[in-house]
Design a protein around this ligand. Structure first.
Ligand code: 3MF
Ligand code: MG
Ligand code: MG
Length: 412
């Protein structure tokens, strides 16, 4: 192939993207509760060992592009859109008014707001640091985010305490730090109750997001399960207002089965918000787009969520690769991520109604018939042939994933 001159590169990307076929229309994409983070689209590709590869873009561009793609919801950190020094000032009100107009013009709604408590040097010793003025400042930040959320019509607030931990052991008392962290969440909930009452709106759903490592070396609330224990610990004044925002890759990072972690959150009635992405077990937070690494596991996750009536947001918390240009972020990265999600969601529906899986599952539950309830040998013998259905179900899931159940055959 001949070199492709710069002015022919975008047309090539567009031609090959449409050659992939199978994309959903913006109108169809809008029917799903999918949200696009400001920080994901605006991510410039920088990291500890990496210089940025993309230029800075603001919320106007991100919201406009999300509107065109059909991503109907937008999420943001406070400082993704408001400079730290302008928080809580009239400048914040001006920016929030501009965000409002942008959302309205592009048919996008703000579904979630979150507080950046990890980037600014003030949080170097965590948002629940020893110095009382840091903790007062953290309270101000989460309370201010709650106000912004109500202004923008959000229903969810997310908290990612990734800097709630330490690099070196013994310098902090974990129990004390957790109490102080609870104080900030309590302040957010109390402000929420006041603002919601004044505005005649429901209170927000406050969702905690766990990540097992990064940026702190040791993290005090590293998993969704740790957070469930924290919510139930008695430290929160409004535990009923606080639930979870698990992130797929964050669970995978510590070696969990994400589907099992989600199941535990569902059983606790706390699965309220979900950050969707992909990556590898026991590695750092690579934030790859949904379905590119573990499509079979993703299919199974969505079967679980569909069959348990999860109706919260699916937040595209991933990072478009550094090799993708800004044009590619909106022409390739986001539309294909959304379309893989929708495809997997629809396949999950096929799994749920698949006659082979249904009959196999029913047969497993029916068992082999009545035998002496105290006779282990007899119980095992009664249904031992049925247990081969486990592997048959897994094969059927693979077939559904690759479309073999629709007649695609490899034996000819
Ligand atoms: C880090 C994350 C965060 C959180 C965000 C929400 C920057 O790994 O996943 O994204 O999702 O802070 O509050
Ligand atoms: Mg992440
Ligand atoms: Mg996240």
């Amino acid at each position: 192939m001949k070199p492709v001159p710069v002015d022919q590169q975008q047309p090539l990307i567009e031609r090959l993207t449409s050659a992939c076929g199978g994309s959903y229309s913006p109108a169809t994409r809008r029917k799903y509760f999918i949200s696009g983070p400001q920080w994901a689209a605006a991510y410039q590709g920088q990291a500890l060992f990496h210089a940025p590869t993309r230029e800075a873009i603001g919320f106007e561009r991100v919201i406009e592009e999300y509107g065109k793609i059909g991503i109907a919801h937008w999420t943001t950190h406070d400082t993704d859109v408001i400079p730290t020094g302008a928080l809580g000032t009239p400048r914040q009100d001006e920016i929030v008014a501009r965000i409002h107009a942008s959302l309205k013009n592009n048919g996008v709604a703000c579904s979630m707001v979150t507080t950046e408590t990890f980037f600014h040097p003030v949080f170097a010793a965590s948002p629940a640091a020893e110095a009382p003025e840091v903790r007062e400042y953290s309270k101000f930040r989460v309370q201010n985010t709650v106000r912004i959320g109500h202004e923008l019509g959000a229903r969810f607030a997310v908290y990612w305490p990734g800097s709630l931990g330490y690099q070196v052991q013994g310098a902090i008392d974990e129990t004390q730090t957790l109490r102080w962290y609870a104080d900030a969440l309590n302040a957010a909930c109390e402000t929420d109750i006041e603002v919601a009452r004044a505005k005649g709106r429901p209170t927000l759903k406050h969702c905690m997001e766990a990540k097992p490592f990064e940026p702190a070396a040791e993290i005090l609330l590293p998993t969704s399960d740790a957070m469930l224990a924290f919510i139930a610990s008695g430290l929160l004044t409004h535990p009923e207002m606080v639930g979870l925002n698990p992130e797929y890759l964050h669970e995978l990072m510590w070696g969990a089965a994400p589907r099992a972690a989600l199941a535990r959150a569902l059983l606790a009635g706390k699965l309220w918000h979900f950050d969707i992405n992909d990556g590898y077990r026991l590695k750092h937070d690579v934030d790859i787009a949904v379905g590119l690494v573990n499509p079979l596991d993703w299919l199974n996750v969505l079967v679980l969520l569909r069959s348990h009536g999860y109706n919260g947001p699916f937040n595209l918390d991933y990072k478009p690769p550094r090799t993708t240009s800004t044009h590619g972020v909106f022409a390739v990265s986001f539309p294909t991520a959304v379309d893989r999600f929708i495809t997997l969601w629809e396949m999950a529906g096929e799994v749920i109604s698949d006659p082979v899986i249904q009959e196999a599952t029913d047969a497993l539950k029916a068992g082999g018939g009545a035998v002496d309830a105290h006779d282990a040998e007899a119980i095992f013998a009664a249904n031992k042939e049925l247990l081969s259905l486990h592997e048959l179900i897994a094969h059927r899931l693979f077939q559904i994933l690759i479309g073999a159940h629709r007649g695609r055959a490899y034996s000819l």
